[in-house]
Design a protein around this ligand. Structure first.
Ligand SMILES: [Zn+2]
Length: 218
């Protein structure tokens, strides 16, 4: 068998130093990625796929023969390919939208994902933190290639903070999908509200970063 290894140099677009706005990417289980102003990327297809794979895997694991092990490995790879494909599609759409609107992309600092998403045990299997990390990686390299600025922000309270008045209260999030601010009464889709918070933090982080890059005047 022969392998051809080709190195392909893709020219990078110059970085947009003054983004006109920010797209905040909220990551989750029900909605893999939510960006305010864009169609939500639901995890429905992906979660269903994973559940089916998991059931098949259980059956195969019970067998524990060599051929079952081989098939398990095959299934795991298939699942990873599927998730990678979904991540490519999502990241491409977000970066294209950012480039089109001359915006930057704000991403939650992925170290915090595991702590933030606390789930009951049966749901935990649907959360593969590597898939989120991979989405972050794809976004970062596609953004760099397109000259789209990308910043990481602190994910703390992005789902509890009101994007309108910035009041933080865990009761603001009424249900999985619904956000109602206890202070100003604004009603929003919970993930869209979070996306706006992430976008706002992105802008702050970008400005702070730019100021630190500018040499201080004596
Ligand atoms: Zn409010």
């Amino acid at each position: 068998m022969f392998y051809l290894i080709a190195v392909c140099e893709v020219p990078e677009a110059p970085l947009n130093e003054q983004p006109a706005g920010w797209l905040g990417v909220d990551l989750g289980i029900v909605n893999i990625a939510t960006v305010d102003g864009m169609t939500r990327f639901t995890g429905r297809g992906l979660n269903r796929h994973r559940k089916r794979q998991l059931e098949l895997r259980r059956k195969l694991q019970a067998k524990a023969t060599q051929s079952a092990r081989r098939r398990l490995k095959h299934r795991r790879r298939k699942e990873q390919r599927h998730a990678a494909n979904v991540n490519h599609i999502i990241s491409k759409k977000i970066v294209t939208e950012a480039a089109r609107t001359c915006s930057g992309i704000a991403l939650e600092d992925l170290g915090g994902i595991r702590d933030r998403v606390r789930l009951r045990k049966p749901q935990r299997v649907t959360l593969h933190s590597w898939a989120f990390r991979q989405l972050g990686t794809f976004l970062a390299y596609k953004a760099r290639r397109a000259g789209v600025p990308l910043v990481y922000v602190d994910p703390a309270y992005t789902s509890q903070e009101c994007a309108e008045c910035h009041h933080i209260d865990k009761n603001n999030r009424v249900s999985q999908a619904l956000f109602i601010c206890r202070n100003c009464g604004v009603v929003a889709h919970a993930d869209r509200n979070a996306s706006r918070n992430i976008a706002a933090r992105g802008e702050v982080a970008w400005i702070a970063g730019r100021e630190s890059r500018v040499p201080a005047t004596p």
